[in-house]
Design a protein around this ligand. Sequence first.
Ligand SMILES: [Zn+2]
Length: 268
Amino acid sequence: MSRVLKNATNQITQKYKAISHKGVDLVKEKNKTADVIAHSDGVVVAMSSGHTLNRGATGNDSYGNYVKIRHDNGMYTLYAHLKSVYVKKNARVKRGEVLGPMGQSGNATGIHLHFEVRNSDDVRINPTPYLDNDLPNLPKQVDVIYQTYDLNKKKWLPNVVNDSDYAGNLENPVSAVYINLSQGSVKYRVHELNNKWLPIVNDRDDYAGNIGKAIDGIQISSDEYKISYRVHLIDLGWLSWVDKFDDTNNGYAGIYGHIIDAIQIRIN
Ligand SMILES: [Zn+2]
């Protein structure tokens, strides 16, 4: 699967050549156009828009509408000849985020993507090994995976990954919580409604909670990663994000006596 064209496999129309063509030209298979996507997470360090076809243009103008991203390992990727650009300079982009549709702005012959990879010295290298693969030495992405037990429906609800969603059914009390990290460890515990903190649970051990009882507090932490979490109360809505696990008022999420019906967790 292409890392730079959305829902496509790459078809190379012009290979990388160390002297004359320091990138690779791509279309979607069967000579089709596609949306151009960010190869990996990073920051848009340069972009240009408003260009049309400009045969013979040189320097940065030859790229037409382009996006250049610095990735978390210090390397860069560059995407040229776009029809238009959807992202702004200094924006943080995620792997797979659409940068703009393929086009033929700048010095281009036909609609295609000119894709470059540059090392941390901003020197263009052969991008071919990375067309379908990760860049080297990227920090590993860590995900938090969690689910809650719905006291009314009497069942575990589906897994949630990071803060793309929340775990819980609004209006239905949460009775227990299960949390895991894709790597590293997490510890957590819940406060039983109007009662007490239940024992700390470590990932893969068990869930936290008493099936059949509602909860009104939760604490989560990891030795390796900074975790933030928040809860939704049936009567008061979402509370603020919490990033500690201690005995202070800011060291847990919840308000004693107020039933939690959803939680949300993220890794910062
Ligand atoms: Zn090219």
